[in-house]
Design a protein around this ligand. Structure first.
Ligand code: NDP
Length: 672
């Protein structure tokens, strides 16, 4: 097959490098599959193009519109994913490996589009937390908001997940309204280039939202500014070099790093050779060693087992590893494909040698070339280190391949201390059925890991496993793992936005954030709000109801009718002894029910459904003879479908003295 010449996508055009083409070779047979270069690109102009076109266009869209863009991109990629699967074989990946990369990547877009529409407002500003009262009379209040950074997200990605690695960073970036320049690792950049082509050809993204560099980044870093973000995945040494670039320091450019780490998996002290957790641990270690030929930043590099189970664990692992056939990734019988390149294989062999100095290889020959000579195939290699406290390399050196080291621990505390010797990891898994041990792990080791997965007989069937970063959960870890954080649902979006504390009169804060804030001038309802359609309800439109007295008869009737005859409502003597009430009080639910009775307009109209309450608080008890009154105010609105929208109402229930009795948000679905 003739090699493809890869193209960069710069300033709205596909352009091949002007010279110095590098050869990218198939991991399977060593043939040149692609030629690549970024020579001749004007990197400063690319950044400007993104800032001048991509950023403003994306920032004009609401979170929901950006989420719909992700949805359309996911559909475009799905429709042409066979093209990506085909190319992926040359990276050494089996079909199963490619599924994690390609479908996993598309799935990340799918999760983010859903979360974007459910959890973010149909707006361009994101409110963070509650309104803070900063003054006695409420004329000066505080609120935190996030706004989109006005720069560019530079994504520098690793070779092992050419599609997922790009999409997991793009999803939160686009949702945040920030344009991106993607620089994939050269070795597998032909697959990233193909995925970028599919996205651009679908014509979904605004001009300047996405650019691609296939090759070196030249003087790109020289042109970064304070509004830019660099998000890096790769080796600790490159991360260290890039994060100390003078422009990154001078401009305080946000730098997010996710780098190799010595992830551990612990078989709990409660395990025995017959316990389900023992089998689950063995299966997971082998899976993590062999999926993607162990080229996963989350792979298990250190297996910690109770000392008495060391031999049993070693035997069980060897028995399972013997079943792993290494070979042509296209062959369905193949269990493990190739490393990405022969140079990467040389690196893995070198690292195994260093680790073996701390112990011994107990399975696999790192110098063998299973399947063929020209490809980058290697056997899985299991090492054993009997004295992990005397060892250094096992806790420090990562062989980025199908390599793991088994080591003993004496007790739970020893296991935790050994896990922490990795000096920070992306993930640790713990195979235990003992919740006390699980608690100890989190208290004594939580701060060393970005994620901890507890896997046991009850969760195993549905568990997503040790090594899968889920878009809902944060991915990244402290220390050796880079100190960064990606994804984690909407948390990941905020890495591409700036949080600003706003202070001012509630009228100003409400106008900026397009939501009702108590203390702002309200618009008294000229007709009942339930008679108005979604679009005819302005923020701050308020109905004040009549008041209604709550009698002892009401309380008793409500108690017998609902069956809630709790002493505080029914037993005068017992209620009098209650230090909070000092006598009988109305049910909280009675207050809610009466409040609805006060504010509801009964006739059919645009309100289609009441679907819940948020933030409900009963603030002050109501005694028989007291009266309640309700203020119902339009707080914010989200159009959910062209003809339907969610209205969030601020409901404030007060007594005759004007004191708050109860407060909550009511959610209704209204016709638009
Ligand atoms: P690198 O750190 O060398 O490369 C990662 C990315 O950085 C690639 O896109 C690379 O581009 C780019 N890069 C390298 N140098 C520069 C530079 N000076 N300026 C700008 N970009 C740069 O990692 P590798 O991919 O070579 O893998 C090496 C090791 O890293 C592995 O053996 C493994 O230990 C670890 N690793 C960790 C991963 C993780 O997810 N945590 C993933 C992959 C690897 P280019 O390819 O063009 O050089």
């Amino acid at each position: 097959m003739k090699p493809i010449t890869l193209q960069n996508y710069a300033e709205g055009h596909w352009v091949a490098g002007a010279g110095g083409l590098a050869e990218l070779r198939s991991a399977v047979n060593g043939d040149v599959v692609a030629l690549t270069s970024s020579q001749g690109l004007d990197f400063g102009a690319m950044l400007r193009f993104a800032r001048e076109h991509g950023g403003p266009a994306l920032r004009k869209l609401t979170f929901h519109q950006r989420a719909l863009m992700l949805k359309a991109l996911a559909e475009a990629l799905t429709a042409r994913k066979d093209e990506l699967y085909e190319l992926s074989y040359s990276t050494g990946a089996t079909k199963g490996d490619s599924w994690i990369d390609i479908d996993g990547g598309i799935g990340t877009f799918a999760v983010y589009q859903g979360k974007g529409r459910r959890e973010l407002p149909n707006d361009t500003i994101l409110i963070d937390g509650a309104v803070e009262a900063l003054s006695r009379n409420g004329t000066f209040q505080g609120l935190h908001v996030y706004t989109s950074l006005q720069g560019v997200a530079v994504h520098i990605n690793a070779f092992n997940f050419p599609v997922w690695g790009m999409l997991e960073k793009l999803a939160p970036t686009f949702l945040a309204g920030v344009p991106a320049i993607v620089k994939p690792a050269s070795a597998t950049s032909y697959l990233t280039e193909a995925a970028v082509r599919i996205m651009l050809e679908a014509n979904i993204l605004p001009k300047g939202a996405l650019q691609l560099i296939v090759g070196a980044t030249g003087d790109l870093f020289e042109h970064l500014t304070t509004q830019d973000v660099v998000s890096f995945t790769g080796s600790a040494s490159t991360a260290a070099k890039l994060r100390t670039h003078p422009v990154i320091t001078r401009e305080s450019v946000r730098f997010v790093a996710e780098q190799d780490s010595l992830n551990a998996s612990v078989l709990g002290p409660d395990a025995s050779p017959d316990s389900p957790e023992f089998d689950l641990f063995i299966k997971e270690v082998v899976r993590e060693m062999t999926v993607k030929a162990g080229q996963k930043c989350t792979a298990i590099r250190r297996g910690l087992v109770p000392a008495k189970l060391l031999d049993a664990a070693q035997d069980a692992l060897k028995a399972r590893l013997e079943k792993i056939t290494v070979g042509d990734p296209r062959d369905e019988a193949t269990k493990m494909g190739a490393l990405v390149s022969t140079s990467q294989r040389n690196d893995v062999r070198d690292k195994i040698k260093q680790i073996a100095a701390d112990g011994a290889i107990v399975y696999g020959d790192p110098n063998a070339s299973p399947f063929n000579e020209k490809g980058a195939f290697i056997s899985p290699v299991l090492l054993r280190c009997d004295k992990p406290w005397d060892a250094r390399a096992v806790h420090d050196v990562e062989a980025f391949g199908p390599v793991s080291t088994l080591m003993p621990y004496q007790d739970g505390a020893d296991a935790i201390a050994l896990a922490n010797r990795g000096k920070g990891s992306l993930v640790m898994s713990v195979f235990t059925h003992d919740t006390d041990f699980a608690g100890d792990v989190v208290h004594s080791s939580g701060s060393f890991h970005g994620r901890i997965a507890f896997i046991d007989r009850d969760s195993a069937k549905e568990s997503t496993g040790h090594g899968s970063p889920m878009p809902h959960m944060t991915h990244g870890g402290p220390g050796r793992a880079g100190g960064g954080e990606e994804m984690g649902g909407i948390r990941g979006v905020k890495h591409y936005m700036q949080r600003t504390a706003l202070q001012g009169h509630p009228r100003v804060l409400a106008a900026i954030t397009n939501r009702y804030i108590a203390g702002m001038p309200v618009q008294e309802a000229s007709e009942h709000p339930f008679r108005r359609k979604f679009h005819d309800l302005p923020i701050g439109y308020q109905l004040k109801t009549k008041s209604r007295e709550i009698t002892l008869d009401d309380i008793e009737h409500f108690a017998h009718f609902t069956g809630d005859t709790f002493y505080a409502h029914m037993d005068e003597a017992a209620a009098a002894a209650n230090p909070l009430f000092g006598g009988r009080v109305a049910h909280g639910y009675l207050i809610l029910a009466f409040a609805a009775g006060l504010f509801v307009d009964p006739d059919p109209g645009p309100v289609l459904a009441n679907y819940g309450l948020d933030n409900l608080r009963f603030v002050k008890p109501v005694k028989p003879g007291e009266a309640i009154q309700v203020a119902l105010t339009v707080k914010d609105k989200t159009l959910r479908k062209p003809d339907q929208g969610e209205v969030r109402w601020d409901v404030l229930v007060t007594n005759r003295e004007g004191e708050t009795v109860a407060a909550y948000d009511l959610l209704t679905m209204n016709a638009a």
